[in-house]
Write a new protein. Structure first.
Ligand SMILES: C[S@@+](CC[C@H](N)C(=O)[O-])C[C@H]1O[C@@H](n2cnc3c(N)ncnc32)[C@H](O)[C@@H]1O
Length: 215
């Protein structure tokens, strides 16, 4: 269905990550699977989907800071999923569920219309080469798909260190009838992610963008 937006990686899975992945406590949801009942899964909390959490350190900080918000954390890479599962269990967070798989496919096949209160997309793969631009996650088609699964007035918060991607996001979302918004100052409550720290060390400035789902 969708074009792959992530890079294939074969990171070694550590013993700790493997153990975290093997623990069966319903924290990890696998794909393919049945439609998710988010109200039941998150005990009626509003649910925010984070696409591509990496190692999940920032995910856990945000979840701990806001226990009334449910976090549906989605990534494809096994090592990072193991890290996030271990972090969530260590902090005994009740408001996080982790999905292994493609967030776009998840939206398409396992999420009801208007199910999400918001979406977080922090440092999506920039795909700098022109022939790879089609793999960028923020496209007209993906924006329409994500809008369909976000409630009216729900949000989409994006951060990137890749200036040409900022330009693409502004172009795609200003042309979209589903989203309204643009560049914002970096919110103080968004923790720095691993990729953000790498970007800042390399001298690349970071841009935050915030959109609201039109009613
Ligand atoms: C550049 S990393 C950023 C990770 C983290 N957000 C950070 O800032 O440190 C992008 C992440 O997005 C994930 N990703 C890309 N496309 C995805 C998709 N369609 N569904 C789920 N995860 C995806 C990748 O696997 C990778 O972990």
């Amino acid at each position: 269905m969708t074009i792959r937006t992530y890079k294939p990686r074969r990171w070694r899975v550590t013993r700790g990550q493997a153990a975290a992945l093997a623990t069966d406590d319903a924290l990890l949801l696998r794909m393919p699977g049945p439609m998710l009942d988010l109200k039941e899964l998150f005990d009626n909390r509003p649910v925010v989907m984070e696409i591509g959490f990496g190692g999940g350190a920032a995910t856990v900080q945000m979840a701990a800071a806001n226990p009334a918000i449910g976090i549906l954390a989605v990534d494809v890479h096994t090592a990072g999923i193991g890290d996030l599962l271990a972090r969530v269990r260590a902090r005994q967070l009740a408001n996080v569920r982790v999905v292994k798989g493609d967030a776009l496919l998840l939206a398409h096949t396992m999420l009801a219309a208007g199910a999400l209160a918001g979406i977080r997309l922090y440092f999506p793969d920039p795909w700098p080469k022109t022939r790879h631009h089609k793999r960028r996650l923020v496209t007209a088609a993906n924006s329409a798909l994500l809008a369909a699964h976000t409630q009216p007035n729900g949000f989409w918060h994006i951060a990137t260190d890749w200036a040409p991607y900022t330009t693409q996001i502004l172009e795609v979302l200003s042309a979209s009838p589903h989203w309204e918004g643009g560049v914002i100052a970096r919110p103080e409550d968004r923790p720095a992610t691993r990729f953000e720290n790498t970007a800042l060390r390399a001298g690349r400035p970071v841009t935050d963008l915030y959109y609201t789902r039109t009613a």
